[in-house]
Design a protein around this ligand. Structure first.
Ligand code: SAM
Ligand code: SF4
Length: 377
């Protein structure tokens, strides 16, 4: 902190707080978080070292696998950033069969992944709801109840969330995308199907059902300022979430948001900001699970490993059958398009060890925060 003047024997301090002081705090103001997100050079290094130390102290060096199965790209929504939005007619729509999905989950179980994530576009038809329910039960059966199941199938009614929970899903990912309502409506159509309030209601209904709740934001969006990201971090803290998955926004040419690509920071700049967000979040919420988002790897081939080093502790190897992967292009350069699951696993294992972490094989790797939160109730 800068010393600026002396008065009556007291040293008055003014100016910007030093990063060194901020990273030692337990509570963070919006200004503190902005300072961390804007840290460069030695300050940036200090932030990363503090987050790495906090991660090792609180959640240890284990990284947990969640085998990701992107089982359908059929979506009823039109989020302005997403390559598989309903109005993108260039996408060939697919639905993996139950057998294909269960084979991918069986691979995860045999390889001691601990958990799987079933992700898809958002549908709310009874056929879709019944199908997800059936899949959840089948995954539990095929793995002797051993695989943990995370769902990421968008906004649903409370009774649907409850039903899936009772069938065996125990974590749910639903990103808020941006916690600022104005920014939310710049990246979504402003209509009841894309309501910000509904998103918030879904997050609280997931919590009420008993799920471990994960959310997150995109980083480096057009119209987004550092202050928005600092508020996003405070939002995650206030919502008291158990897991966060957040990564850089990456443009896709067949989406409306592509028109604003010239306003964006460079991909490298967005990548770096995403790393700082992860590090700052680890300091703000030391005991949650933080995923190293796949979008990091689309920019830097070892992007996820860099995230693991400075705060993340979950990784989602892609188990989607290869034939479907090219049709789940949320953004350009999405990685691992033609690597099969076995190759993906071997390559990940080596990379994770190189990043100084160890894989928690066969463990659910539940969020420590969730255990603490539910023990209090
Ligand atoms: N349909 C579900 C939903 O929206 O929650 C799950 C699937 S959706 C494709 C998963 C996540 O992909 C979204 O929450 C969004 O953050 C991310 N995503 C979509 N388009 C993206 C883009 N262009 N860049 C980075 N992430 C993107
Ligand atoms: Fe559909 Fe999810 Fe993409 Fe939105 S982000 S268009 S809900 S798949």
């Amino acid at each position: 902190m800068d010393l600026v003047f002396l008065n009556l024997g007291f040293v008055y301090l003014r100016g910007v707080k030093k990063v060194q002081e901020i990273v030692a705090q337990e509570m963070f103001s919006k200004a503190d978080l902005i300072r961390l997100l804007e840290a460069e050079g030695d300050d940036r290094q200090l932030l990363f070292e503090a987050a790495q130390a906090k991660k090792l102290e609180v959640v240890g060096k284990k990284v947990f696998f969640r085998g990701l199965v992107e089982f359908s790209n059929i979506c009823s929504k039109d989020c302005l950033y997403c390559g598989i939005r309903k109005s993108n007619e260039k996408v060939v729509r697919y639905e993996a069969s139950d057998d294909e999905i269960l084979a991918a989950c069986h691979f995860a179980w045999e390889n001691h992944f601990g958990s799987v994530v079933l992700q898809s576009g958002e549908l709310s038809s009874p056929v879709f709801i019944n199908r997800v329910d059936r899949l959840v039960k089948s995954i539990k059966r095929l793995s002797n109840d051993e695989l943990g199941i995370t769902l990421s199938c968008g906004e649903q009614k409370p009774e649907t969330y409850q039903r899936w929970f009772e069938s065996g899903a125990h974590r749910y990912l639903l990103r808020i995308e941006s916690s600022n309502a104005d920014l939310y409506y710049k990246i979504h159509p402003n209509n009841p199907l894309h309501s910000f309030d509904k998103r918030l209601e879904c997050l609280s209904s997931l919590k009420e059902c008993g799920y471990q709740v994960g959310t997150g934001v995109m980083i480096g969006l057009p119209f987004q300022e550092t202050g928005h990201l600092a508020e996003d971090l405070l939002f995650l803290k206030k919502l008291d979430v158990d897991m966060v998955g957040m990564g850089p926004y990456i443009e896709h040419e067949d989406t409306p948001l592509y028109a604003y690509r010239r306003q964006l920071a460079s991909k490298q700049g967005r990548f770096d900001l995403a790393l700082k967000m992860i590090a700052a979040l680890r300091l703000l919420m030391p005991d949650i699970n933080i995923a190293a988002a796949t979008a990091l790897q689309a920019i830097d081939p070892v992007g996820r490993e860099k995230a693991l080093k400075i705060g993340a502790n979950v990784i989602m190897p892609n188990l989607t059958p290869c034939d479907f992967r090219k049709e789940y292009q949320l953004y350009e350069d999405k990685p691992c398009l033609d690597e099969d699951a076995e190759l993906c696993r071997n390559c990940l294992e080596a990379r994770i060890e190189m990043a100084g972490s160890e894989i928690g094989y066969g463990e659910w790797g539940d969020s420590k925060h969730f255990k603490g939160r539910t023990a209090q109730n």
